[in-house]
Design a protein around this ligand. Structure first.
Ligand code: SF4
Length: 693
């Protein structure tokens, strides 16, 4: 018999119908799950190759010694308490992950922000969509994703802004291909000619970091063509005049914008005309927009174009932030980011008081905590005395990987909860805690279209591995907070979370009140549902259909954004722009997909993509080992000469770890530059040089 669950990889959140067979599975797409309607990509289809127990961490470890759970949790509680008593609550931190289930996220956030009393819990989602979160809040008043996957079917024009959907969200891309076969148009805005760009109706290979200029140019063009929906703006949008005045500061002629973006004017004109003529337009934006020192500005510029044309809250029309991980939104909702509290609350006194009442919490955090990059800077500077990392591998995935490793080595106390026994981050831990993996976990995730789905267990927990929420609860108990964490199962955690969203909250947007009454059977049987949820338990496909937003006056806000160019410009020494990203068949730092031979075949090793003319100028040849240097570090990988790269641009994938390819770790090359508003790192533009190895 098949068990219905959810894929552990990307934010599409595909439903699976899985047959366990011994310690492996046969995974098929769930035809009844609305996100994928039975489809799966290569990663989901290969899950059976990734669920074995080889390399798993099955017992708590203190150093190299096997320990019992009570000894390990007592040690963690003692070290965290000692740091807090001596240096204050901001001397400890959690760094968590979009791989956590919502129940795990909720528990970790409650412990740090409600009971320890610090905002220092951040998540690897900071690397994913933090810029979109800020853009949503500035434009809509809250971090709300307006659209849904059905809009992808209904749109007549889909714009992929820095989004290689063919590789990063393959099941959605199949859906979009089907729509394109029925007449939908695709425009890709991306410096690289990706697989998504290769088959698009129009590819705009813009100069890296000129996105805001392009989108501002679009808005100016829409104004000039009379394509602004004046009635919608008058009724529902503020800030239009300010944005229009800001646009007038730059030359918005097609020739000037095309020159600044390094695009063919006729191509740009075609895009602008299509956008103006197509009411049903969806603009997807993903890592190419978000992972930038101006990621917030890019998101705002995209949203501005949609607000000005009233293309939001309508079938087939919205700006749509597409995110990376399976729990694309659960962490954002439960307060897993350092600068938010749970349920879309910020740190203002009323929200803190609301949380304190609900949790009967002794010490709700007074202010936002450290965001990922600054958190590890604080570790390096000795300000963090105890750090707990859950389900993520920052020694590979954060920018400035070398510095992160040094910081972890110097940190007085590092705990890592993970499914694996060793790895770049795990090897630097003082205590390793065995967590449940996909197939063992039991809880919920929320995908990129606000849809809550169940991840259900297929296997018994191996060894002494435990659910992350339970590990957090055990440590909370050992710290003396046990009563507030005395859940007996994930269903109880979920119900408490749902109760919190409804507590003293008349707003129905992120309000899971209708799910509060779920009993265990109801939780077990929970069908995929999109919040907001009606009192009758029905999901909601689109937000803002009535033109009301979450701002105090109910109006959306257009925000002026100025083009900035690259945060760190190219120069004589580092004259190439290095972009990093994913490959089609691998996920994050290879913990799972590295186990599947069928997934390793597509990209068996790191590489650096380079335009043939740049390669010739540097003396680099096809397949030859090539040294890539930036101000932050050095990596070595075989070169692939391809005119899919613009002249002057490089691309390296980011997955490989010290165990797989120590010299090929792309994040050794990425510097600490972040968007000042979102804290999201600049993964897409590091000034670099290449030479033969
Ligand atoms: Fe679906 Fe993403 Fe999993 Fe592929 S990786 S099956 S697209 S959720």
């Amino acid at each position: 018999m098949s068990i219905r669950t959810t894929c552990p990889y990307c934010g599409v959140g595909c439903g699976l119908a899985v047959k366990p067979q011994g310690r492996t599975v046969v995974a098929a797409g769930d035809p009844e799950h609305p996100a994928n309607r039975g489809r799966l990509c290569s990663k989901g289809a290969a899950l059976g190759s990734t669920v074995g127990l080889e390399g798993r961490l099955l017992h708590p470890m203190i150093g190299e010694r096997r320990a019992g759970w009570s000894e390990a949790t007592a040690l963690i509680a003692r070290r965290f308490r000692a740091a807090i008593e001596r240096h204050g609550p901001d001397s400890v931190a959690f760094y968590v992950s979009g791989q956590l289930l919502t129940e795990d996220y909720y528990a970790a956030n409650k412990l740090m922000k409600g009971f320890i009393g610090s905002g220092n819990i951040d998540t690897n989602s900071r690397l994913c969509m933090a810029s979109a979160v800020v853009a949503h809040k500035l434009s809509f008043g809250a971090d709300l994703v307006p659209g849904c996957y059905e809009d992808l079917d209904l749109a007549d024009l889909v714009v992929f802004a820095g989004h290689n959907a063919a590789w990063t969200h393959p099941v959605l891309f199949r859906r979009l291909e089907a729509a394109r076969a029925a007449g939908q148009r695709h425009v890709v805005i991306d410096p690289r000619r990706t697989d998504t760009a290769e088959v698009a109706d129009l590819h705009l290979p813009l100069r890296p970091q000129s996105d805001v200029r392009l989108w501002n140019g679009l808005l100016a063009d829409l104004i000039q063509r009379g394509a602004v929906d004046r009635a919608y703006v008058a009724a529902h949008v503020s800030g239009f005049a300010e944005v229009e005045a800001a646009l007038a500061r730059d030359d918005q002629s097609l020739a000037a914008v095309a020159a600044d973006c390094d695009l063919i004017p006729a191509d740009l004109e075609r895009f602008y005309a299509w956008f103006a003529q197509t009411p049903r337009t969806v603009s997807l934006f993903s890592m190419g927009a978000n992972q930038s020192a101006q990621g917030v500005a890019k998101g705002l510029a995209i949203i501005n174009a949609h607000l000005a044309t009233g293309r939001i809250g309508k079938p087939g029309a919205c700006p749509f932030s597409i995110t990376g991980q399976p729990n694309a939104m659960g962490g954002r909702e439960t307060g897993g980011m350092a600068n938010t509290l749970a349920a879309h609350m910020d740190f203002e006194p009323e929200s803190r008081a609301r949380l304190a009442r609900f949790w009967a919490a002794p010490a709700v955090a007074e202010r936002a905590g450290l965001k990922a990059v600054e958190l590890f800077d604080a570790v390096a500077e000795g300000r963090i005395k105890a750090l707990w990392i859950m389900a993520t591998n920052p020694a590979v995935s954060l920018p400035g990987t070398g510095k992160v490793r040094e910081a972890l080595k110097a940190c007085p106390f590092v705990v890592v909860s993970d499914v694996m026994a060793s790895g770049d981050t795990l090897d630097l831990a003082h205590v390793r805690l065995p967590a449940l993996a996909w197939g063992e976990k039991d809880g919920t995730v929320t995908n990129s279209e606000r849809r809550i789905s169940r991840q259900r267990p297929l296997f018994d927990p191996p060894g002494e591995a435990r659910a992350d929420w339970r590990i957090v609860a055990d440590v909370a108990d050992a710290m003396g907070f046990g009563e507030a964490f005395a859940w007996r199962g994930p269903g109880q955690v979920f119900r408490e979370w749902a109760r919190l969203t409804a507590y003293e909250n008349q707003d129905r947007t992120l309000n899971l009140g209708p799910l509060v009454g779920l009993d265990q059977a109801g939780y077990d049987a929970l069908a995929p549902v999109q919040w907001p949820i009606t009192p009758a338990g029905e999901g909601t496909a689109r937000l803002f259909v009535d033109g009301r937003f979450q701002t105090p006056d109910g109006r959306a806000l257009m925000n002026p954004v100025a083009p900035q160019g690259a945060a760190i410009p190219l120069d004589g020494a580092f004259s190439l722009a290095l972009n990093t990203g994913r490959v089609r068949d691998h996920w994050h730092t290879l913990t799972r997909t590295g186990l599947a031979p069928e997934l390793c075949r597509h990209a068996p090793e790191p590489y650096v993509d380079i335009h043939p003319e740049d390669a010739a100028a540097a003396g680099v040849t096809e397949g030859a080992l090539t040294r890539v240097r930036t101000a932050s570090g050095e990596a070595v990988a075989p070169a692939r000469l391809t005119d899919r790269q613009r002249r002057g641009d490089l691309f390296m994938p980011m997955h490989w770890t010290a165990a797989y390819a120590p010299a090929g770790r792309a994040n050794l090359l990425v510097g600490p530059t972040v968007d000042p508003r979102s804290g999201q790192p600049e993964f897409k533009h590091s000034p670099a040089q290449v030479r033969p190895y």
